[in-house]
Design a protein around this ligand. Structure first.
Ligand code: SF4
Ligand code: SF4
Length: 255
């Protein structure tokens, strides 16, 4: 599912309004354990890929080749990476095991939020407001349990907070492209693939192409960007936005 299909799907689901609760618990031993980890169409955000790659100790090229399928989204010309399912008859996720998710600490944001979906829209103050929707599937027995959650408490319990800033920033860039009403040039799509999804390669590119020479980036940030992939990704989003729209709050060209 691409971004627009996800929005349409969420809009068809019951909303979990602010302050309202639902009952849910998922644990090893529940009758349906692992039933939700196959035959998925799961889009990975740049931050999902950063976390999974790091957990697996893989270079970006190997990770993307082995664990994803990719196409360029026709409305943006930006890459869209899906988590690749195995070739087994059930089309299991490559990370599901009898004990559960083998990458649990670094599982993608969509897996964390399940059985909720989260949608965001600009709040007019530079941030986003969020809505939660309940994805109630027949096979999922977790709804028969007693633990009670709001959207906010579930998000916190599942460690989604760490994903919020990066994912929302990325959605903001996609929204700006869609607002502009035309896909980005092909070359920009390839640069976005490098900058957002191949952080190790992008770090090398920054040095080789002397990217900082044309930008107002202080020394501490430069060092961080070349060492710490969270900082690399934040810089990558600023850099892509600057090239696309010639203005972004956190990065300026040198005068
Ligand atoms: S189907 Fe629901 S309760 Fe069962 S393992 Fe998946 S999320 Fe947990
Ligand atoms: S990454 Fe983990 S939680 Fe997500 S589908 Fe795969 S096994 Fe399930």
């Amino acid at each position: 599912m691409n971004d627009d299909q996800t929005k349409e799907f969420l809009a068809s689901l019951p909303e979990l309004e602010e302050g309202k609760t639902y009952c849910f618990k998922c644990y090893p031993g529940i009758a349906c354990f692992n039933a939700c980890c196959s035959d998925l169409s799961l889009v990975l955000t740049p931050y999902d890929i950063l976390r999974l790659r790091r957990a697996l100790g893989m270079g970006s090229i190997d990770f993307l080749r082995q664990h994803t399928t990719m196409h360029m989204a026709p409305d943006t010309n930006f890459p869209e990476f899906h988590l690749r399912m195995t070739d087994s008859a059930a089309q299991n996720c490559a990370f599901v095991s009898e004990q559960g998710c083998a990458v649990y600490k670094d599982r993608p944001g969509a897996c964390r939020m399940y059985p909720l979906g989260r949608a965001t829209r600009p709040d007019g103050k530079g941030g986003v407001s969020e809505q939660f929707f309940i994805v109630r599937e027949d096979h999922c027995k977790g709804f028969e349990e007693k633990d009670e959650w709001t959207g906010a408490s579930w998000k916190q319990d599942q460690g989604f907070e760490a994903y919020t800033a990066s994912n929302d920033r990325y959605m903001h860039i996609l929204a700006r492209i869609k607002q502009a009403g035309r896909p980005v040039p092909e070359k920009m799509g390839h640069l976005a693939t490098l900058a957002l999804y191949k952080l190790d390669e992008f770090q090398r590119f920054i040095t080789q192409a002397q990217v900082f020479a044309r930008l107002d980036v202080d020394e501490a940030r430069q060092k961080d960007v070349l060492k710490n992939e969270e900082a690399t990704l934040a810089f990558a989003m600023d850099w892509i936005e600057l090239m696309l729209f010639h203005a972004t709050p956190n990065l300026k060209p040198k005068r």
